[in-house]
Design a protein around this ligand. Sequence first.
Ligand code: DP6
Length: 329
Amino acid sequence: MEATAIAHTNIALIKYWGKKDEKLNLPAVGSISITLKQLFTQTKVRFSEKLQQDFFILNGLESGEDQRSRVSRFLDLNREIAGSSLFAEVISNNNFPTGAGLASSASGFAALSLAANKALGLNLSQRELTIMARRGSGSAARSVYGGFVEMKTGGNETNSDAYAVQIADESYWPLKMLIAITSDAEKKIGSTDGMKVTAKTSPYYSAWLASSVNDLAEMRTAIARKDFKKLGALAENSCLKMHGLALSAKSGLIYWNGATLNVMHAVREMRKNNLQAYFTVDAGPQVKVICEEPAAAAVKEELAKVDGVMEIIFTGLGPDAKIIGEEEN
Ligand code: DP6
């Protein structure tokens, strides 16, 4: 009753921000992401009669009550299907800073979905696993697959069509991403709370929803044509639109720091000098810069010169989440 899985993080090129159902964690908009090779979570789950409660150990430390209950609620969904009442110990390790806008909940819940599925013998299909992962975190649905992935918002009565699909695998188009780390602090307002206040208070929320279908269609076309300039421009626009929306919420969600902006300007300067690179930023201060393989070294060199950049992580596109070990005991 024990299994270990690995799932890679993903970065959205067309962003998810907002829910149409909080309980089921149904995204209000679809999204398109790339899965990253270099950043991943490894998670082991062990169900046992000997445990009196669930345990969640993240990066070697027992987690706080909020995180533990989020994991517990997620395990409940799995136990319900399995008809099991066994508690579990979840041991999870990220190979990157947690909570600083590097999508640890995405790789975390994708890895946990696979591990729990195996440990409980649920036999969920990959598509069903994306639905399960979504219940943990919307972006986690996309980390079930490698390469280019779309999360569908769905719309049927049972919500069985709110799942992720792979658009193309990681070998289809070897894009590169350079992640400029501008802070290693935990983010103050997580995505879940940020989305909630945005949907409630931003006057732009309906416009965000309305423009989403077209953004997704254009991104699918850019990927199909391997049109890098189009992909980059769409990604940058989706990012700025999402942050404009978050800024317009009543509490004014500012996820950036000064260095975040420095990097954005530097990327635009690179393009003026014919170095093709585009940025995207999630609910944190790190800047993810996308480029094609031949430009990567030069882009990295330019990013290293930007004021406030502490570290640069270089990565290509990563594979599907997978099981790496299991034991019956
Ligand atoms: C800005 O998936 O973390 O990274 O479903 O509430 O767990 P929950 O939110 P989460 O939100 C991700 C927001 C984003 C954009 C994206 O990844 O699409």
